[in-house]
Design a protein around this ligand. Sequence first.
Ligand SMILES: [Zn+2]
Length: 84
Amino acid sequence: MVQKNHGPCSVRNCNNQVTRFHQFTSLAYEKAQKKGTYEAHTYLRIGQQLCHSHYMSIVEPYHTQKSEVPFFLEPDKENSNRKY
Ligand SMILES: [Zn+2]
């Protein structure tokens, strides 16, 4: 566990002021696909960095605290694909 994640966050338009980053691993990729969150971020590639907020909302959306920065989909085109 020597590897350190420094960012920057690979999510477009990310302005989150966070110091914690996570690597978008193949496991994270699988989870995001299963949860459907990857559909809004198909430009993400395994090995990229995600800030903590985005990582949680994309990879672990059901664990996200209500107080955390909410996860917004692109309002115009992506909303029609929401299944919730
Ligand atoms: Zn981010």
